[in-house]
Design a protein around this ligand. Structure first.
Ligand SMILES: NC(=O)c1ccc[n+]([C@@H]2O[C@H](COP(=O)([O-])OP(=O)(O)OC[C@H]3O[C@@H](n4cnc5c(N)ncnc54)[C@H](O)[C@@H]3O)[C@@H](O)[C@H]2O)c1
Length: 252
């Protein structure tokens, strides 16, 4: 078992990549705190982990709210005695809108969840890990961080920000045995992908996303990468952004 007895907090654990990762960590022996705004979906993930013989608990969390993130980390410490792995994965795509039309309320919401939420996770995750001898933090970036994606200005800004925060936190806490990395999904078949595929204003229809490898990424592909980065198999890896993108970024 790759993460036996480790304590893992996973945000966005009710759906898609977070759900698949929570199940994977449960299978590999971790005690999992599933965090999400979606109570029903989060509880279903916990029920599935328990049905598979694992240990998990749900904590309703809005990652943009400081008090919620503090309480989420405190749940790991009070229920399971510490924190070894934190997966900052909750995120929203926001509207598909070019710059001139982008609504500022929507901009602020995307930044609050995707950027401030990851900052808060890293901040409070590090506090718990400093008290516990170290750990591994992984956050979810996107191909939108490294390549232009029309209609996704706020989203791509936040995902580039995730990679910047990852590198800075990795430098600041390397001596404390805290590793900080991010994963960079390409196209992954999740509810978010299906929602995003339906948003098609005129100026954006020219943009077709495709990966070098045939088919589409599945949540389980990301779960395996996050398992690697959270396990001791990646003991010497910090500050990286690991693409899990079927070769999207290497395409001309
Ligand atoms: N699916 C893709 O193609 C793709 C590609 C690149 C990056 N990503 C990123 O992967 C991550 C997971 O996305 P997914 O595809 O699994 O999407 P998803 O919509 O299936 O799941 C996202 C989860 O985050 C939760 N969430 C949303 N706002 C939240 C908040 N404020 N606090 C706590 N939880 C919140 C949702 O309730 C949901 O359970 C996101 O950060 C997303 O940007 C996805």
């Amino acid at each position: 078992m790759l993460v036996e007895n480790k304590v893992a907090v996973i945000t966005g654990g009710a759906s898609g990549i977070g759900e698949a990762t929570a199940l994977r960590y449960g299978e590999e022996g971790a005690r999992v705190v599933v965090a999400d705004v979606d109570e029903d979906g989060g509880q279903e993930t916990v029920d599935q982990i328990e049905a598979d013989g694992g240990e998990a608990t749900f904590v309703q969390t809005d990652v943009s709210q400081e008090a919620d993130v503090k309480a989420m980390i405190e749940t790991a410490v009070s229920e399971y005695g510490g924190l070894d792995v934190l997966f900052n994965n909750a995120g929203i795509e926001g509207p598909l809108s070019t710059f001139a039309e982008y609504e500022m309320d929507a901009f602020d919401q995307v930044v609050a969840i995707n950027l401030r939420g990851v900052f808060l996770g890293i901040k409070y995750g590090i506090q718990a890990m400093l008290a516990d001898g170290g750990g591994s933090i992984i956050s979810t970036s996107s191909i939108a961080a490294d390549s232009g994606v029309m209609g996704r200005s706020a989203y791509s800004a936040t995902k580039a920000g995730v990679n910047g925060m990852t590198r800075t936190a990795a430098m600041e806490y390397a001596e404390d045995n805290i590793r900080v990395n991010s994963v960079l999904p390409g196209i992954v078949e999740t509810p978010m992908h299906h929602r995003a595929a339906e948003q098609k204003p005129d100026r954006v229809t020219r943009f077709e996303v495709s990966e070098a490898m045939p088919g589409k990424g599945q949540p389980e592909h990301l779960a395996d990468a996050v398992l690697f980065l959270g396990s001791d198999l990646s003991a010497r890896i910090t500050g990286i952004t690991l693409p899990v993108d079927g070769g999207f970024l290497i395409k001309p």
